[in-house]
Design a protein around this ligand. Structure first.
Ligand SMILES: [Zn+2]
Length: 88
């Protein structure tokens, strides 16, 4: 009964809706991404989102592979999509 471990709790992709708009200039939570590691296909809104403190990490719900990493440098949000085979 320990709900204090919020740091480990995964949010869903809706948590990064604002970030995605900032980076892509459009609503992306309904975009469909393909995991480059296991091939799982899902909407961004269904991805597992973690906020470890330094940036935001988005993981595949099937294999836990990192799909996207958001980092903020000098007020500019950058995103690394190297874990995604496709995003559309
Ligand atoms: Zn995967």
């Amino acid at each position: 009964m320990d709900d204090a471990a919020a740091d480990d709790a995964a949010l869903d992709g809706n948590a990064i809706g604002g970030l995605l708009i900032e980076v892509f200039g459009t609503e992306m939570t309904t975009a469909v991404g393909t995991c480059a590691n296991c091939g799982a296909v899902g909407q961004v809104a269904e991805f597992a989102v973690y906020r470890p403190g330094l940036g935001t990490v988005v993981r595949c719900r099937s294999c836990e592979s990192v799909l996207m990493v958001f980092t903020v440098m000098r007020g500019v949000t950058c995103v690394d999509l190297m874990g995604l085979a496709s995003l559309s």
